[in-house]
Design a protein around this ligand. Structure first.
Ligand SMILES: C[S@@+](CC[C@H](N)C(=O)[O-])C[C@H]1O[C@@H](n2cnc3c(N)ncnc32)[C@H](O)[C@@H]1O
Length: 293
């Protein structure tokens, strides 16, 4: 790691210490925050520091939110989003993944999808960089065909994992710097067995793109077209909008159309129409991207 990235990681650690000591309003805190932003917003390569910030964020997220994986305390959003995404995934697996031997869930979080996949696959591996969450998953695990691993997928060599018939990636590229995207996608394709499929769920933009970098969070909200061209093109099959993600923006709609809240809970796929009609295309959303070998 170069000197600059070491320095930025050190700044982030000092900021965290000041927050713990309740000194976030001090001049030193402000100075360090500005210094960090100056470099994060610059043309310097700050990848290592960004990874450190993302790691710190996820370490806290599972403690701070009732649903750390979706970063929300709202039980309705958490339930309905999961139901919606599960229906989409089940449909794609029924259609495109006849071989149900081995599945890999990368960025598995609390293992909600890992557990679902374990019902139809002989063996499932769940990987996440959150040590805390993986420890919890192992403790709670009742399904003998699941193995949980605490790893940073972007950094790991993956050469001991074997091949998979299905790989699900629940938001990893949004934390992957442009320069690592090719390497990460190639290693995913490499892990697929013959006729295997890969589904990537990523926070994306319909219009434009957004790079978000703060001292607490770093994310690359890329345009949906990004995941269809370049390295992705040869294996790309189809994309599906993930309207479950837009539940965070639908609160105004539920204020006006109260009954719809229950109707959507009973049939989450109704979200497709509502999001299309009421949420502007410029609002951040999410997509499932399906790839085949
Ligand atoms: C948005 S959460 C989604 C969790 C889960 N897939 C779900 O949908 O409930 C993203 C997860 O990816 C994990 N993650 C982020 N970067 C990762 C990486 N490089 N390797 C492994 N896990 C990573 C985070 O720790 C976090 O649990």
């Amino acid at each position: 790691m170069d000197k600059l990235n070491k320095k930025l990681i050190n700044i982030k650690k000092r900021l965290t210490r000041l927050e713990k000591d309740d000194k976030s309003s001090s001049g030193v805190y402000q100075y360090l925050q500005d210094e960090l932003h100056l470099y994060l917003d610059s043309e310097y390569d700050t990848t290592d520091a960004e990874k450190f910030i993302i790691g710190s964020f996820w370490k806290k997220a599972y403690k701070k939110y009732k649903d750390g994986g979706y970063i929300t305390n709202d039980e309705y959003i958490s339930k309905v989003r999961f139901d919606y995404e599960r229906i989409i995934l089940e449909d794609k697996l029924d259609r495109f993944c006849k071989n149900s031997k081995r599945a890999l869930d990368i960025g598995c979080g609390n293992g909600r999808y890992t557990k679902e996949f374990a019902k139809r696959f002989d063996a499932v591996v769940g990987i996440d960089l959150s040590k805390k969450q993986i420890k919890q998953n192992k403790k709670d695990n009742k399904q003998t065909n699941i193995i949980y691993l605490n790893e940073d997928f972007i950094e790991s060599k993956n050469n001991t994992l074997g091949k998979f018939d299905f790989i699900f990636v629940g938001d990893i590229f949004m934390y992957t710097n442009d320069k690592d995207v090719e390497k990460v996608f190639a290693s995913l394709i490499n892990l697929l067995d013959e006729n295997g499929i890969l589904i990537i769920r990523e926070s994306s933009m319909d219009v434009g793109y957004e790079n978000y970098k703060s001292k607490n969070y770093v994310a690359y909200y890329r345009n949906k077209e990004f995941y269809k061209k370049g390295i992705f093109k040869e294996n790309f099959f189809k994309s599906y909008k993930n309207c479950g993600y837009n539940l965070y923006d639908l609160n105004k709609y539920f204020d006006v159309f109260k009954d719809e809240k229950i109707k959507i809970e009973n049939n989450p796929m109704k979200l497709d129409k509502v999001v299309d009609k009421f949420i502007p295309k410029t609002t951040r959303t999410s997509y499932f991207y399906l790839y085949k070998v």
